[in-house]
Design a protein around this ligand. Structure first.
Ligand SMILES: Cc1cc2nc3c(=O)[nH]c(=O)nc-3n(C[C@H](O)[C@H](O)[C@H](O)COP(=O)(O)OP(=O)(O)OC[C@H]3O[C@@H](n4cnc5c(N)ncnc54)[C@H](O)[C@@H]3O)c2cc1C
Length: 461
């Protein structure tokens, strides 16, 4: 069998790429190692309830009339109607630096600007200079790493405000310790503060099913439980060898599994030792009755928090770092049907190697999971109020869970810190999309899949 295009990985970048290619009537096969597609954005069922594993909120909210907005461009490229998703905008979020300051923000940027002018009156002009800079800045132009932190130190000149601006943007889109690329900062600033956040009315399962339906209706094929073991490049074609020994010959391969992960399928040893630190996280889910949400939580979408003035975004010394994190209320979106049981979700930075050591003794791993879940719960309670007494179900996943289900090296959600922005890995018929191409998050990864297809594959078919 010889195919025009094979996509490796059924995460959101691979799914979006498959929708885009299949729209042009081209045969495309997507292979996913896991038994269900979705990758980092997946779901599981416990006690007859569907729990989402990845989605907090989707960034890049846009009104329908805004034709140039990334979200609307993405939907046009995929030929998906807004009515197929039904957008529920966030109620309102905040950046909370305990004992220091709080900044509220929503999908109305005026709120954020007003908050900054009230809480940091001496810095509002600097903040407006930053806005002017970002309006003119081409975040997509190829450039080496530029430190966003160094840039903000100069332009904002108020250390606490700099830390508060970086906290949500790093949590939702930095693969670098304690910093992020200025281009990535600009992309995330637009995505979170200027555009805002939303979620689909349905679950992530329904969102993934929608993408699968589009692929299948366009004639594309999806195989789950199908792991690519290696890839070889031959004259005028590429061959992917599946775990079961099957060989698939194709004109082009799009890999969405990560740059080093792809290199290892290619068995290309470039003799470069790579020990760049990768960041991973733990995620907790606490289910409780809606009525038991602490006061204020019913009107909140996300809290990005930090203890003290200095934000440490780095691999922790211990299994998790509870000093900062994200608290998400999936019921905190306009138009979401009220359910009897709702969730509070918390995220913290985690040290993969510590969890790997713990996993050598299964009881120790389970004990540490329990300890960290309780620590995370009490940390969240200290910020939002008590809820532990009302929890009806709890679950926690560690970097090892992410590694097991997605194959990501070190369970690093945002992949390798060095991005390959043009998707070019030095081969004429194998390209890279997804996390390691540089667009992060749900909209980012989908845009990545679509843009690499547009740039490298469609023009050649
Ligand atoms: C806890 C958590 C919370 C998050 N919250 C948000 C959020 O609120 N908002 C947001 O925008 N983003 C969020 N994200 C990030 C977002 O989920 C990711 O950025 C995005 O989904 C990445 O998609 P991807 O396709 O690039 O990669 P992945 O999802 O990793 O997809 C790659 C796929 O390739 C498969 N694969 C790997 N190796 C092989 C192989 N050899 N053969 C076949 N298949 C293979 C994997 O199983 C995986 O399914 C969150 C992520 C996590 C984990």
């Amino acid at each position: 069998m010889r195919l025009p295009v094979l996509i490796i990985g059924g995460g959101l970048s691979g799914l979006a790429a498959a929708v885009r290619i299949s729209r042009f009537g081209q045969r495309v096969l997507l292979v996913e190692q896991h038994t269900r597609p979705g990758g980092l954005n997946s779901w599981f069922i416990r006690n007859k309830t569907l729990f989402e594993t990845g989605l907090h909120a989707i960034t890049n909210f846009a009104e329908p009339g805004n034709k140039h907005a990334p979200l609307n461009r993405l939907l046009r490229q995929l030929k998906i109607k807004r009515s197929e998703i039904e957008f529920c905008p966030q109620l309102g979020s905040k950046i909370l630096f305990e004992n220091c300051e709080t900044l509220r923000f929503s999908n109305d940027f005026n709120l954020f600007e007003t908050e900054i002018s009230e809480k940091f009156p001496g810095s509002i002009d600097n903040f407006r200079s930053l806005l002017t800079f970002l309006q003119q800045f081409d975040a997509f132009a190829p450039a080496p790493f530029r430190s966003a932190r160094a840039f903000l130190d100069k332009i904002i000149a108020e250390p606490l405000l700099t830390e508060m601006l970086l906290c949500p943007l790093m949590y939702y889109g930095s693969s670098n310790e304690n910093d992020m690329d200025l281009g990535q900062f600009a992309i995330m600033f637009h995505a979170i503060f200027l555009e805002g956040m939303f979620r689909p009315r349905g679950s992530i399962k329904e969102f993934i099913d929608l993408l699968l339906r589009h692929i299948q209706e366009n004639g594309g094929e999806i195989r789950t439980g199908c792991r690519v073991q290696n890839i070889t490049q031959q004259k005028n074609c590429a061959v992917a060898v599946m775990e079961n020994g099957e060989e698939i010959e194709c004109n082009y391969i799009l890999s969405t599994i990560g740059s080093q992960e792809t290199e290892s399928l290619l068995q290309r040893d470039r003799g470069i030792k790579d020990d760049t630190p990768r960041l991973s996280f733990v995620e907790n889910i606490f289910q409780l009755p809606y009525e038991a949400l602490p006061a204020g939580a019913q009107e909140t979408t996300i809290i990005f928090f930090n203890h003290g003035e200095k934000f440490h975004y780095q691999r922790p010394q211990s299994s998790i770092d509870p000093r900062s994190g994200v608290i998400c209320f999936p019921s905190g979106f306009k138009g979401i049907a009220r359910r009897e049981l709702v969730e509070i979700r918390t995220t913290h930075l985690a040290a993969t190697e510590k969890w790997e050591q713990l996993a050598m003794v299964p009881e120790a791993y389970q004990q540490e999971k329990k300890r960290c879940s309780e620590l995370s719960c009490s940390t969240a309670e200290s910020l939002i109020g008590d809820f532990a007494h009302a929890v009806t179900f709890r679950d926690m996943f560690t970097p090892l869970t992410i590694k097991r289900y997605t194959g990501k090296i070190d369970g690093a959600i945002y992949g390798h810190p060095n991005k390959i922005k043009d998707g070019n890995i030095g081969l004429s018929n194998i390209f890279l999309a997804g996390t390691d191409q540089g667009f992060l998050g749900i909209v980012g990864s989908m845009l990545s899949g679509v843009s690499i297809v547009n740039q490298h594959i469609l023009p050649r078919l």
